[in-house]
Ligand binder design. Structure first.
Ligand code: ZN
Length: 433
């Protein structure tokens, strides 16, 4: 039994986040590859490289972006006033290259700050746009402003044909029925969003490797939106195996746990995650088509049973997408609590039962299977018949036994008896058997 005050796993997660923090991640490029290199020291990871221009659903894999250096200097002295060596957030992600001398008035439209939090640097991206710019704190902006000065502005970046990288840790269980855990990996030096999701996913992968599992687990690290779209396009043939899924994000802040339901809202992961989050004092909210990559997994043609597991939701804490989302903002005990709750969800998934009707078109002709005899043998014939009818009707492979119990008002035990008789007669199977 794990001592609940023991935060050693949380400390290890925080230490991994600290190693990943300085890497200049984006939706493509070396920062993502360096991140996977670091993660592969912890867990076995397969890295996939999808070439620029590959059609993926309604998108294309973009040009690859890399950055070597970026700064704003005093042109007269060469002194660097703003330098990405200090913080990767200083440059708009995907900025096009620039090497120009300009006045303060010319520079102003290229500078982004957060006036209401004067010490914070904002996080901005310029994906799919031909732009460049710098992000800095309001205080920094005021301290470098000088109408007499000439500024030397350099962004040494390049955008070229390359590839989009994503990584996957697959852990085979007895059944091909799959649990998908997905986390985005495209933000540079931001801790809660989403190094917290990446380090929790890594620790979960580490512990699942040591277990005998009923389900197969696919733990995916990919850039947000375009990465999820690419992964879905590359894996369309096996998406039908996914019985449960969670997007993992924002798992290190001091807020309570939050579960956001899948678009289906009544799939087994929705029931289990809501129970576990509630037992930790957290809350559950309905699906919305905004937020993280549950948007892609829950698009209408896929409609996968994938919810989002987080603490404080995106945009509901003021450190979000700023330099204040740093390594102090995430704490080992909160990472550990997220990890523990996620493991409880997985334990419930492993023991859950999802029945599947093998003759689902109309009711099967029960007499042909000798099932009337079975009715007669039962001590509670009427209840047993009711159980059989409920199971046959609900066993669409997407509804679990506890949900059938709630809908039918029958006990799990009665339903299990019905299930075993239906299985014996070849009318039913369990999705993981
Ligand atoms: Zn974000």
């Amino acid at each position: 039994m794990m001592n609940t005050s023991d935060n050693s796993i949380g400390a290890r997660m925080h230490e991994l986040a600290a190693r990943l923090f300085p890497m200049h991640r984006s939706i493509t490029g070396q920062g993502v590859r360096d991140t996977f290199q670091e993660l592969s020291k912890e867990i076995p990871l397969t890295v996939f490289e999808i070439p620029t221009g590959t059609p993926v659903l309604d998108w294309q894999v973009p040009l690859e972006w890399n950055i070597n250096d970026a700064f704003i200097a005093d042109a007269a002295t060469g002194e660097r006033l703003i330098d990405i060596a200090d913080n990767t957030l200083h440059v708009i992600n995907y900025s096009q290259p620039v090497d120009e001398k300009m006045s303060w008035q010319e520079l102003i439209p290229r500078l982004w700050t957060i006036p209401e939090f004067e010490d914070r640097i904002p996080y901005r991206t310029g994906y799919f746009r031909d732009t460049w710019g710098f992000c800095l704190s309001e205080r920094q902006k005021q301290s470098i402003a000088n109408d007499e000065r000439t500024y030397h502005v350099v962004i040494d970046s390049n955008t070229r044909d390359g590839s989009l990288s994503y990584a996957e840790c697959d852990i085979q269980g007895k059944s091909p029925r799959t649990v998908l855990l997905y986390t985005h990996c495209c933000h540079p030096s931001l801790a809660n969003d989403n190094l917290s999701g990446m380090v929790v996913a890594t620790e979960i992968a580490r512990v699942l490797q040591t277990r005998n599992l009923k389900h197969t687990y696919r733990i995916v690290f990919a850039p947000a939106t375009i990465g999820a779209v690419t992964w879905l396009a590359q894996n369309e043939q096996t998406l039908g195996n996914i019985d449960y899924g969670l997007v993992l994000s924002l798992l290190g802040d001091a807020g309570n746990l939050t579960y956001k339901r899948s678009r289906r809202s009544d799939s087994p992961i929705d029931r289990i995650a809501e129970n576990v989050v509630s037992s930790h004092g957290g809350t559950t909210r309905n699906f919305t088509p905004t937020g993280y990559d549950e948007r892609q997994f829950c698009s209408p043609a896929f409609n996968l049973p994938v919810g989002c597991f987080m603490r404080t939701p995106p945009g509901e804490f003021n450190e979000y997408h700023t330099s204040a989302d740093n390594l102090d903002f995430i704490q080992p005990q909160h990472l550990q609590n997220s990890y523990t709750a996620l493991l409880e969800i997985i334990n419930q998934i492993e023991t859950n039962i999802i029945p599947l009707n093998l003759r689902p078109k109309g009711e099967p002709r029960l007499g042909d299977y000798g099932l009337y005899k079975a009715y007669g043998e039962s001590g509670h014939a009427e209840e047993f018949q009711s159980a059989v009818m409920w199971i046959l009707n609900q066993a669409d492979g997407k509804t679990d036994l506890p949900s059938i119990a709630i809908r039918s008002g029958l006990s799990i035990e009665t339903l299990k008896h019905g299930m075993s008789v239906l299985c014996e007669h070849g009318l039913l199977t369990e999705s993981t058997s």
